[in-house]
Design a protein around this ligand. Sequence first.
Ligand code: DAH
Length: 351
Amino acid sequence: MAGEDLKDLADRAAAEIAAAADEAALEAARVRYLGRKEGALTEATKRIAALPPNEKPAYGAALNDAKRRIGAALDQRGAALRESALARDLGGEREDMTLPPRRVRVGRLHPITQTIREVSRIFGTLGFETVEGPEIEWDYYNFEALNIPAGHPAREKWDTLWISNPLGDDPSRPILGRTHTSPMQVRVMEKRKPPIRVVVPGRCYRYEATDAIRESIFFQYEGLAIDEKLTMADLKGTLYAFARQVFGSDRKIRFRIDYFPFTEPSAEIAFDCFACEGRDPACHVCGGDGWIEAAGCGMVHPDVLRRVGYDPSQYQGFAFGGGIERLAMLRTGAPDIRLFYQNDLRYLEQF
Ligand code: DAH
C-alpha cells in the first residue's frame, strides 16, 4: 500500500466516521481502522518492515497523517454525538409551564394548642409565668398534699388511671394519670419562694365515659399566686381581666360559693354568656342559663401552705383551675369536644 492509498483510506474512514449515527457505530468504525488486532491502519503499519529503505520515510509520514486524521475525526464525531444526546435528554425534561401549580399545604396549630397559647399569653400580660409539670403524678401531689387523703369522698369524683409503679411498685407511693393540674401548685411552692405567679397548662386524665363535653384525656390550666397581701379581691380581678381578654371587654363574671378541699373559701366562677348575654332561653352556648361555668378557684388552704413550709400568717395565695377544651369550644363554637381529637383535617383546618 503506497502513500496515495493511505490517503484514500483516511478519506474513506473520515467520511464513515462523520456519518456514524450513534456511539455504537462510531466504536465499530474505530475498531475497523485503529483496532489493535485487525484495524486497517494497524495492518498498514506492519507493512513498513517489508518496504525498501528509500520508501520508508514517505510511507511513515503518510501513515502518521492518516492516523492523525482518523483520530481527529473520531474525537469530533464523538463530541457531536454526546452533545446531541445531552440536548435530547434536557429537551425531554423541559418544564411544562402550562401545568397548574401544586397546592402548598400550610400546617397550623391545633385549636387546643392555640387555646393553651392564648391562655398563657393572657396570663402573661398579668404577670404569670407559664410552667409545666408531669402528667403521671404521685398520689401525694395529686391528692394528699391537696388535703385529699385516702378515703376522702372527693377522690370519688376523680377516679383515674392508676399505673403500676415502675420505680419498684411501692404501694405506699402509688402513681396515676393526674386528674387535674392542681398538683403543680404544690410542686411549684416546694421549689420556689414567694412571690409566685404561675399558670400551668397541661394534660389530665380521668376514668370517664366520653360524651359531648367530657373526655377521659383533656387539658386544664391552673393558676397560682402567692404573696404577702393577696386577697379574694386579687383573685376576682385576675379572673375578670382574663375573661375580658378572652371573650370581650364587656363580660361580667359570677362567683358562687363552692367546695374544694385545697382552697378556703372556694368558689366557682362563671362568665356571662357572650353569645346571648342571657337573653336567649334556647342559647346553644349557655343553654339558656345566661352563664358559662368556667373554672374552680379559691384562696389556698392554710394546711396546703403549711405542708410546703410556708407560714399562712405571712403568705396568702389564690388558685384557679379550668378546662382548656371548654374555652376552646367557646372560642371556636365547637358543639362537641370529641371533634378536637378525631383529627379530621376538614374540621381542624377551619381554625
Ligand atoms: N382542680 C380542680 C378540678 O379539677 C379545679 C380547681 C378548683 C382548681 C379550685 C383550683 C382551685 O386551683 O383553687 O376540678
